[in-house]
Every structure is written in structure tokens, then in C-alpha cells.
Design a protein around this ligand. Structure first.
Ligand code: ATP
Ligand SMILES: Nc1ccn([C@H]2C[C@H](O)[C@@H](COP(=O)(O)O)O2)c(=O)n1
Length: 247
């Protein structure tokens, strides 16, 4: 079925009939604010599924590049938007992503994909396709899900039980990303260039017409600049537990 985007979650969990309703958590924010690390850890702690929506936009971008589609040509991208089959595995202990059956977790993290992803994800046909997939995955999570991205609270899951918007100073974000790059590639990392690249991507993602990066009016903003990852995780877990107690 190569010409469809499949709605598939690979984590099977059994739920008793009197279990509480699934909890839906939306975590948004700019690049490098800690969305993926926080969401994964929170989901693991609370026994929820986890969805990295950036990975899905990266996956469709990788497919476009692999198939020779000019990612600056919005009409060409739109025409191909429904062709790749993208499958996300939502176990926080082992999140996976495949494109047309092939593991895409490595290729989607290349610089080529990072440089092209904002252009591809700005195309409305791409967003419609991926949003549909995200909603289907969220609706099928047995105990609930933590979904992280840029437009989850505003567009994908506007009725989420909790919305969190993570922020951090550009310097802190560049230092975090720099640490990651150093660990992966070794050598010296230019923190100024890393910071500029983050800000460029944020600007592109915040100014696109269709569901730009934006804090939802009812989201709780958490500035992570001075917080450890463990503190951010604790903060989000507490917010979820408060919501669950209030139900
Ligand atoms: N509070 C924190 N303090 C220090 N480092 C952190 C914190 N939160 C996350 N990190 C580290 O910062 C890096 C970026 O985090 P992460 O990938 O979770 O951010 P992100 O918001 O998902 O980024 P992107 O949107 O670009 O995918 C990772 O190396 C992560 O371990
Ligand atoms: N909900 C989302 C998630 C991601 N994107 C786009 C914009 C990002 O620059 C890109 C990659 O995301 P990352 O892996 O850095 O989290 O994907 C989006 O438009 N909407």
C-alpha cells in the first residue's frame, strides 16, 4: 500500500473496562526547547504512548528528497503528499518511524532533511495528510498519549486535556543542540551558527500560513532555560496529575 499514509501505532496495551478515559497531552514549542526528551520521559513515567510529529514531517521530507521532488516547488510537493506510507511506532521506550516499510529514523536526522523540512511542512496538503495521521494515532492510544510538535495544541488536538508550550533562550537551546552534535559527530561545534540555524527554522515555522508554530491560548508556558530535564519532566507530570484529579 505504498500510496497511502497509514495510521498505525505499534504499541499494544490492554485496558480494563473501568479504566479512566485516555489522557491527551499536547506539547509544543520552538526547536531545542526539550519537547522530545520531555514528552518521551513523561509518557514512559505515566504509561502513555508518545508521538514525535516532527519525525513525521522529517519522514515525508526525506521521501520527497529521495524521489527527486524539488522541495521549493510547493505544487510538486503538494501533488506527491499522499504517496509515502509513513508509520509511527509510539512506544516511548522505542519510538520508531518507517517510510514505505523502511526504517527512516537515521536518514530523517541528516542536515539535508533539517534544511528542507520547514519548506515541506509549510505545504497545506502535507499538513492535512500528516494531521489526519496524527489524529488517528492519538484516537487509538489506549491509556492516552503525549504528542509533541509545533501545532498540536492549536490545530491537531485542540481539545487536549493538557497543553504545554516549552520555551528556552536561544543560547540555552544552541548549547543543548551543540552538545548533541558534538556527541554524534565529535570535533568543534560553532554555537553561533547553531543558534542562527535554530532561529531561522523557528522563523520559518512561525510565519507559515497554515498552522504556524504558536502557543495555544490555553497552554501552560514553561521556560526551561534554567531547568534540568528532570525538573521539566516533573513539572509536566504534576500538571497532568492535577488535570486527572480535576476530572
Ligand atoms: N531542560 C533541559 N536541560 C538541559 N538539556 C536539555 C533539557 N531539555 C532537553 N535537553 C537536551 O536538549 C537537546 C534537545 O532536546 P529535544 O530534542 O528534546 O528538543 P526538541 O524541542 O524536541 O527539539 P526539536 O524541535 O528540534 O526536535 C537534547 O540533547 C536534550 O537532551
Ligand atoms: N507539529 C509539527 C512538528 C514539526 N513540524 C515541522 C517544523 C519543524 O522545523 C520540523 C522538524 O521538527 P523537529 O524534528 O525539529 O521537532 O517539522 C511542524 O511543522 N509541525
Amino acid at each position: 500500500m505504498p500510496d497511502t499514509v497509514a495510521a498505525t501505532s505499534r504499541q499494544a496495551t490492554s485496558v480494563s473496562p473501568d479504566a479512566p478515559a485516555p489522557v491527551i497531552v499536547a506539547i509544543d514549542g520552538p526547536s531545542g526547547t526539550g519537547k522530545s526528551s520531555t514528552s518521551r520521559a513523561v509518557a514512559a513515567k505515566l504509561g502513555l504512548n508518545y508521538l514525535d510529529t516532527g519525525a513525521q514531517y522529517r519522514a515525508i521530507t526525506w521521501w520527497m528528497l529521495k524521489h527527486g521532488i524539488d522541495v521549493r516547488d510547493a505544487a510538486a510537493v503538494a501533488a506527491a503528499a499522499d504517496r509515502p506510507e509513513i508509520v509511527s511506532g509510539t512506544d516511548p521506550a522505542d519510538p520508531t518511524i518507517t517510510v514505505d516499510g523502511a526504517d527512516a529514523s537515521g536518514p530523517i536526522r541528516t542536515q539535508e532533511v533539517t534544511d528542507a523540512v520547514s519548506a515541506v511542512s509549510a505545504v497545506p496538503e502535507v499538513r492535512a495528510r500528516i494531521t489526519e495521521l496524527q489524529r488517528a494515532i492519538a484516537a487509538s492510544a489506549p491509556t492516552g498519549i503525549v504528542v509533541e510538535g509545533r501545532d498540536i495544541g492549536t490545530t491537531v488536538l485542540p481539545d487536549a486535556d493538557l497543553k504545554v508550550f516549552l520555551t528556552a533562550s536561544p543560547e540555552a537551546r544552541a548549547a543543548r543542540r551543540g552538545g548533541e552534535l558534538k556527541g554524534r559527530e565529535g570535533g568543534q561545534v560553532d554555537l553561533d551558527a547553531t543558534r542562527e540555524a535554530l532561529l531561522r527554522r523557528d522563523a520559518a515555522d512561525s510565519t507559515r500560513k497554515t498552522s504556524p508554530l504558536k502557543k495555544a491560548d490555553d497552554a501552560v508556558e514553561v521556560d526551561t532555560t534554567e531547568l534540568t530535564l528532570e525538573q521539566v519532566v516533573e513539572c509536566v507530570v504534576t500538571l497532568i496529575e492535577e488535570k486527572q484529579q480535576a476530572r
